[in-house]
Design a protein around this ligand. Structure first.
Ligand code: ZN
Length: 250
């Protein structure tokens, strides 16, 4: 069990419980967002994406997902039962950057090998999860940024949970930087076999704190439990466990 601490919202006076490790908290009752350590108001842009589903409606995109695609048992939608559906607003940092990498490497796929140079120029809205212990497939999550609005606590459903941030803006920017450099290294390696020189220039344009509605779903199929993550803004299954189709060695 985690120990829950509490501060009072300096805007509306309501209790604001928070857990160890959390550093930015949002009041459930008025939407006030505070930096826990200093008690001061959070001054960066705080946005959210809207959830479009209630606990009944969310079953529809899930059943559709079960009915389509390869490798799924044909009776999956019919025979499975959704046993858990929890809507959680997960905190993210959205780091908008212009990234430019120049590289020099050796192309060894031909004889004799040649030295090749190249340049990667990209713009990203790079997503960093603001939780440390939570596993979330940020790479598979195509954030529907068109629906981004300023954070509005009135739009958060009573049955939903909002998670606070465990990383600050600077940590998020650093993580984004590392991940982008790693990604560019990967891209460069599609072009050259061995990198001998690489220079990255990453310009941070904007950093936004974002709460996004994610449904954490569990379903049962033939006495086993499986998990799904569903984007509440679009109904897209971000990641899902699929039961084995049973065409095994038996
Ligand atoms: Zn409040």
């Amino acid at each position: 069990m985690s120990v829950v601490d509490e501060i009072r919202c300096s805007h509306c006076g309501a209790p604001m419980p928070f857990e160890p490790g959390e550093i930015i908290a949002t009041c459930k009752y008025c939407g006030y967002t505070v930096v826990i350590e200093t008690g001061k108001v959070f001054t960066f842009e705080h946005s959210m994406l809207l959830n479009k589903y209630d606990p009944t409606l969310i079953e529809e995109p899930i059943k559709n997902w079960m009915r389509t695609g390869f490798l799924k048992p044909s009776d999956l939608a019919k025979k499975s039962k959704i046993t858990e559906k929890n809507l959680i607003y997960l905190p993210f940092w959205l780091v908008s950057v212009e990234a430019e990498s120049t590289y020099k490497g050796i192309f060894e796929r031909i004889t004799p090998p040649v030295v090749k140079e190249g340049k990667i120029e990209k713009e990203y809205d790079w997503l960093v999860l603001a939780r440390k212990a939570t596993e979330f497939p940020t790479k598979e999550y195509d954030v529907p940024l068109k629906g981004k609005i300023p954070y509005d606590f009135r739009k958060v459903e009573a049955f939903a949970k909002i998670l606070n941030s465990e990383t600050d803006k600077n940590e998020a920017v650093e993580l984004a930087r590392q991940q982008i450099e790693e990604h560019h290294r990967y891209l460069a390696q599609q072009d050259v076999d061995r990198i001998i020189e690489m220079k990255d220039e990453i310009k941070i344009n904007q950093v936004v704190y974002l709460h996004a509605p994610i449904w954490f779903v569990e379903y049962e199929y033939k006495d086993k439990t499986y998990q799904l993550l569903v984007d509440g803004a679009s109904g897209t299954v971000i990641k899902g466990d699929i039961p084995s189709t049973g065409f095994g060695i038996f």
